[in-house]
Design a protein around this ligand. Structure first.
Ligand code: ATP
Length: 385
């Protein structure tokens, strides 16, 4: 009985010894792994510090090519390349994502989505479909704009030969609704250029705090999409004198304006980005914007005269089913109407015919539409007197 107890204690002891040796072995192995991991941490810290030290380049994802391959375009120099990325990073990338790349062109981090803010504030059209035939009157004005904006894009050699610098920026001024945007779009169409429009007043009133950054992005987008035409509508909202007298203008608007001037000054007159702007209030505009090398060609887009109104009415009645309409009388009755008003007259006349259940628009519909557009308080607001 005693013998058995002694034997049991002996074998328990051996088992414990065995377990201790086993655990000691594990401790040694763990120490080895800790050492290896510590070495890895040190190495990664070094690499990380290295990555942070070297300047990173900003690139935009153009496309995802599958197999973790990303097609990137570097901002600034427009260089394009394909980079391999880790799977988890690949999942969060999409066309338009802005990333930071190191000097081996590997993506180090995601900065954001470049088009988010741009798309919110800019209208972008690849070669808009507006042609000069869609614009009534304004022949001389159109020619002046083409000379300054379109020909430098389509016939740069002509300027090169004469050694003349085309105007850098063209400013269109005149009442709202007279066709300023239309001209800019038609020029972009003719030059097969990308049309990028940004509204000055939206920039100032909707995107508070982002103005200068958006102006920077507007011009970088224009460079990316060149040949392009940048069209800044209602530029007076950014560059009005009132904001520079130190009393009413906010510092933010001033920063936006300074960024715009800096961007314009940094542009080559003969480059393939042309700059246009429009305003209804030339008198309000800061003279800094009109200095040579900035908006140095100023073109007035006036209210249409009788010939202009006739052409505009012809354009907007072209696809209208009408019968017995005396356009001459409408031309006479619409003095001081803008192109946009005349378009509204044609649309309203059409609506009246629809309401009557008729199969064609008649002269009386036009007369009623002329009166309606004049008296409509909403439309009246848009009139320029
Ligand atoms: P705003 O200063 O308000 O931006 P705008 O001068 O740029 O006005 P547009 O946007 O070009 O005016 O014109 C508005 C619409 O009016 C056009 O889409 C077009 O249908 C019509 N329109 C204006 N002017 C003309 C014109 N000369 N010929 C034909 N249509 C015109």
């Amino acid at each position: 009985m005693e013998d058995t107890a002694v034997n049991n204690v002996g074998s328990d002891n051996e088992l414990s010894q065995l377990r201790i040796r086993e655990l000691e072995g594990q401790v040694v192995e763990m120490r080895g792994r800790v050492d290896a991991l510590q070495k890895e941490v040190t190495q990664l810290r070094r690499e990380n510090a290295q990555l942070k030290r070297v300047p990173l380049f900003v690139a935009v994802v153009v496309d995802l090519l599958g197999n973790s391959e990303v097609y990137l375009r570097q901002q600034g120099n427009n260089q394009e390349y394909i980079s391999q990325v880790a799977d988890d990073l690949y999942k969060v990338l999409k066309p338009g994502t802005k990333v930071a790349v190191n000097n081996t062109l590997s993506i180090v981090k995601v900065i954001g989505n470049i088009y988010d803010s741009r798309v919110r504030v800019m209208e972008l059209e690849e070669s808009p479909d507006v042609t000069f035939e869609a614009i009534g009157g304004l022949e001389n004005e159109i020619e002046e704009v083409r000379e300054a904006v379109e020909y430098p894009l389509t016939h740069p050699e002509k300027f090169e030969k004469i050694k003349v610098e085309p105007p850098k920026g063209v400013l269109l001024f005149g009442p709202p609704g007279t066709g300023k945007t239309l001209i800019a779009k038609a020029v972009a169409h003719e030059a097969k250029a990308t049309f990028i429009r940004m509204s000055g007043s939206e920039l100032v009133h909707k995107f508070i705090g982002e103005g200068a950054q958006l102006v920077r992005e507007l011009f970088s987008l224009a460079r990316e999409r060149a040949p392009s035409i940048v069209f800044i509508d209602e530029i007076d909202a950014i560059g009005s004198m009132r904001t520079h007298d130190g009393t009413s203008g906010s510092a933010e608007v001033q920063r936006t304006m300074m960024q715009l001037l800096a961007e314009m000054d940094g542009f080559d007159n003969r480059g393939d980005v042309r700059i246009m702007a429009a305003t209804n209030r030339l008198d309000m505009l800061d003279p800094a914007l009109q200095r040579p090398g900035r908006f140095d060609r100023i073109i007035e887009i006036p209210l249409p005269d009788a010939d202009g109104r006739r052409r505009i009415l012809q354009i907007h009645t072209k696809h209208l089913n009408h019968r017995g309409v005396d356009l001459e009388e409408i031309v006479h009755k619409t003095e001081k109407y803008t192109g946009a008003d005349l378009q509204a007259v044609c649309r309203e006349a059409g609506m009246m015919a629809v309401r009557r259940g008729a199969d064609a628009v008649e002269h009386s519909d036009f007369l009623a539409a002329v009166r309606k557009v004049r008296n409509d308080p909403v439309m009246d607001n848009r009139m320029y007197r």
